[in-house]
Write a protein that binds this ligand. Sequence first.
Ligand SMILES: Cc1cc2nc3c(=O)[nH]c(=O)nc-3n(C[C@H](O)[C@H](O)[C@H](O)COP(=O)(O)O)c2cc1C
Length: 322
Amino acid sequence: MESKTQPGIYFAPLQESTDFIYRKAHALHFGGIDKYFSPYLMIQKDGSIKKSHLRDTAPENCSGYSLVPQILAGNSSDFLFLANHLEKMGYPEINWNLGCPYPMVTRKGMGSGLLPQPEKIREILDSSIPKLNCRISVKMRAGLVSTDEIFQVVPVLNDYPLAEVIFHSRIAKQLYSGTPDRDLFAQISGLIRHPLVYNGDLCDVDDFTHAQEKFLTVTNWMIGRGLLKNPFLALEIKGVQLPGKKEKVDLLEHFHEEILTGYTAMLSGQSHLITRMTKFWEYFCFLFPVPHKAFKRVKKSINLSKYEIAVRENFLQLRSEE
Ligand SMILES: Cc1cc2nc3c(=O)[nH]c(=O)nc-3n(C[C@H](O)[C@H](O)[C@H](O)COP(=O)(O)O)c2cc1C
């Protein structure tokens, strides 16, 4: 019998959402993910790596699933410092961020701030890759201000032995507005010599099926917000039989409990905890019958007991939904 190859699904990195607590709970309760990516690590002004970034990629906090840690670096010494640290932690692959669109980052020549400087990208890869044993992959946007930039960057990337290139075909100036430029993605897939991973706006199985029909050579897909809104999405895409309604809600409740327990141990003070959980509910609320109401209920909790009441109410509504 002919066996159909399953698509590879990667969980995209999102600062403040896909941290080690979230990733571990997702892998335990849902799975279906071939690679999780950490939000980026970077070097602080004093030359060290932020404690929270170290914790987020410490191997003892990231067991049980496959993690590719990501780095943000605008010069070869920062690149090597971060990559050496992660290589020492035992990671076989490291992802370089050439996509972060925020001016605080791009103004310093990092993230998509490097896309208008293909020679700088070459210089960094040239002086770093021969000194590393781990594989390097790249996650990039289409440009900082213009899609012309990507056509200068691709020939540079083609000169180096990259593991893969993840491409989100928006320019930085767009942030998340408009739609990814799918024709541009198709053009780049014809020019790049590395395995190309699609990223951008895959929110449900239909979005995925359309993208899969359009990009026949793509085998791996990165999803961020779609998975945060529906943690079952990778399983749905892979056609894994899902449990019934009651078991699904039980799973979601255990998932929430695990995340709350994780943040309770990590954060000091109820207000930090509630802020963090409110961030989680920004996406999680989409699983509930009236998402904005579920979110609002959590957001206005002024202490942990009010938060627990809000959560109980949300799950009651979900359970009573037909
Ligand atoms: C709040 C937020 C934080 C993000 N943080 C990162 C990051 O640390 N590294 C990165 O490469 N991309 C980051 N991204 C981009 C996502 O990884 C992804 O490329 C983007 O959300 C598009 O994919 P999606 O439509 O599937 O969500 C972030 C996006 C958002 C909205």
